[in-house]
Design a protein around this ligand. Structure first.
Ligand code: ATP
Ligand code: MG
Ligand code: MG
Length: 550
């Protein structure tokens, strides 16, 4: 069982255990169910689960569902599926909304302690009173309300006596604090909306920054790991845990979020791709979602290894998407059978091969993993090669097929191009070649050498198939750093190309998620949604070559 290399959070855990601070490490992965998980979430999942695992602790999956408007059961189910698929088992499965009673009681406790008050001002007024980095905030008139009045108003908020936005509950901390997050942050708001879990029981909902520390403390989380944008919230997190008199004292630690080139990494933005029909759903193979990567053909092993390699730190960085591709190539290298597929076919007739005859040739399944054995492939008078592998007027150093030239057919014979057949518009529609029976692959023939080796598929046994080749959805080397409002303008108009060609007949029974390496083309996955035995559909996971080096 591999685990991530060391990182600063692991170091803290080791020290905490050494000091006897905790009997057991408890972490959690707390997604908001407002979209599908993406590769950035995988970083957090791998970190939280493997950290607890390594020290024989526990990890909870907790849905942070405190916002009734954006959340949905579909997202809850997809998140569970994706975490399991990545290879992790949660200890507890919780919903933040299960704690609404406790959160309400804690808010009442704060009011009783004189540490919370009901605010009448609007959101805009609250913001205007909050001050700036250089200027302290101003106290609101509501701040001086009595405990009794606050208790009464808060109860009436709960009892549906007010409209959305009419009142909020605020923590009473310090309007002059240098940390703006401590200038009486809002902790409860009114939202007359049906919640996916609690239905219409509540019309007041806790704010994320108030709810999160309570959720962690209720579950006995020891190390609450989040991304760096919450760093300035840590003092409020600690304030909530202390003032709400929680039994457990979770500690928050922040790390830099994953950012990848040529993609966006925010559920909100990814949802826009889905809603605007720029992609074909959350699991479109171009999406950086776990479900999109799975459908494209990524394996859990490749994603886990990628997450371990990028490591965990507090430094912002953008990871090259080629690094992710590196890990799927590594994972499939020894696992995926090698076969031949012709994506853009050109018919070749071998004029000196006996008509009606078929012979079966031996072909190794994976030269890097001999244990995978061999397969039989048919050869006859008619085959398909790739249109790109022929040029009528080639430049020098072109070693593929051209009139008069000889090449090797992988696993078969040398063929020589004798004649080019064209249609009325002058397009090449067929090649007429001869083969040399002496040159059969595996016979040790050394009489002469050729420089090009082509892949091919025998025509009468070939199985028609569709191939989908993907390019980045977004063209932007900076990835998703910062708030980019114009990201929809960076959408690549040519992010998918669909080709119709042929595969070897031994792939006729291929099932969704079967993975192959097509000789010279790269790794492909059978599309689990679109592929049928009548019409095979393959997604290209990644091409074979890359300049990327770890
Ligand atoms: P998004 O903006 O995509 O909705 P989020 O942070 O709001 O992301 P959550 O559902 O709150 O999404 O995320 C659950 C956990 O995953 C959080 O702990 C969050 O910090 C972590 N996470 C989200 N995005 C990334 C990322 N790009 N890299 C690392 N961790 C991430
Ligand atoms: Mg969030
Ligand atoms: Mg979010």
């Amino acid at each position: 069982n591999k685990t991530s290399s060391s990182n600063f959070i692991k170091h803290i855990v080791v020290e905490d255990l050494k000091a006897g601070k905790y009997d057991e490490i408890v972490t959690r992965f707390p997604p908001e169910p407002n979209g599908y998980l993406h590769i950035g979430h995988a970083k957090s999942i791998v970190l939280n689960f493997e950290l607890a695992d390594e020290f024989k602790g526990r990890t909870n999956l907790r849905f942070d569902d405190t916002n009734p408007v954006k959340e949905d059961v579909e997202f809850v189910e997809s998140i569970k599926e994706d975490v399991k698929w990545l290879g992790f088992d949660w200890d507890g499965l919780f919903f933040a909304s299960d704690y609404f009673d406790t959160m309400y009681e804690k808010a009442v406790l704060l009011i009783k302690k004189g540490l919370a008050y009901v605010e009448d001002m609007s959101q805009e007024e609250i913001r205007a009173y909050r001050g700036t980095l250089t200027e302290p905030g101003k106290e609101s008139p509501s701040r001086s309300r009595s405990v009794e009045e606050n208790l009464d108003l808060f109860e009436r908020m709960k009892n549906r006596e007010f409209q959305n936005g009419e009142k909020v509950l605020r923590a009473k901390i310090d309007m002059a604090s240098p940390n703006i997050n401590l200038r009486d942050p809002v902790i409860y708001r009114i939202s007359h909306a049906t919640h996916h879990n609690t239905g219409d029981k509540w019309c007041i909902y806790p704010m994320y920054t108030f709810a999160h520390p309570l959720e962690d403390a209720i579950e006995g989380v020891t190390h609450s790991i989040c991304t760096l944008e919450f760093e300035d919230q840590r003092p409020f997190y600690d304030w909530v845990v202390e003032q709400c008199e929680m039994d457990a004292t979770p500690r928050q630690y922040e790390f830099a979020r994953l950012n990848l080139t040529n993609t966006v990494m925010s559920k909100r933005k990814l949802k826009m791709f889905v809603d605007e029909n720029i992609v074909d759903g959350w699991d479109d193979p171009r999406m950086p979602t776990i479900s999109g990567l799975r459908r494209k053909g990524y394996t859990p092993e490749a994603i886990r290894n990628f997450c371990r390699e990028i490591g965990v730190s507090r430094a912002f960085s953008t990871v090259d998407e080629q690094m992710l591709e590196h890990f799927i190539r590594e994972d499939l290298k020894l696992k995926a059978p090698r076969t031949m597929a012709v994506l853009e076919p050109l018919k070749v007739v071998i004029t000196n091969y006996p008509e009606g005859e078929v012979e079966w040739l031996d072909a190794e399944i994976n030269p890097e993993n001999e244990e995978m054995g061999t397969r039989k492939i048919p050869f006859s008078r008619e085959i398909y090669i790739e249109q790109d592998d022929f040029m009528e007027d080639p430049p020098s150093k072109y070693f593929r097929l051209f009139p008069g030239n000889e090449v090797r057919l992988k696993h078969a014979y040398f063929i020589k191009c004798e004649e080019v057949v064209k249609d009325e518009s002058g397009n090449v529609v067929e090649l007429r070649c001869t083969y040399d029976p002496e040159t059969k692959s595996g016979t040790g023939f050394t009489g002469r050498k050729v420089k090009g080796t082509l892949h091919w598929v025998e025509a009468t046994h070939a199985k028609a198939a569709e191939f989908r080749l993907y390019e980045p959805l977004i063209l932007d080397d900076a990835g998703d750093e910062g708030e980019d409002k114009n990201f929809l303008e960076k959408v690549n108009p040519k992010s998918v190309e669909v080709l119709s060609g042929f595969v070897e007949e031994n792939m006729a029974e291929a099932k969704g998620h079967d993975k192959y390496q097509f000789f010279r083309h790269g790794y492909f996955n059978v599309d689990p949604k679109l592929s049928t035995n009548e019409n095979l559909v393959f997604n290209r996971i990644v091409s074979l070559k890359s300049s990327f080096k770890l």
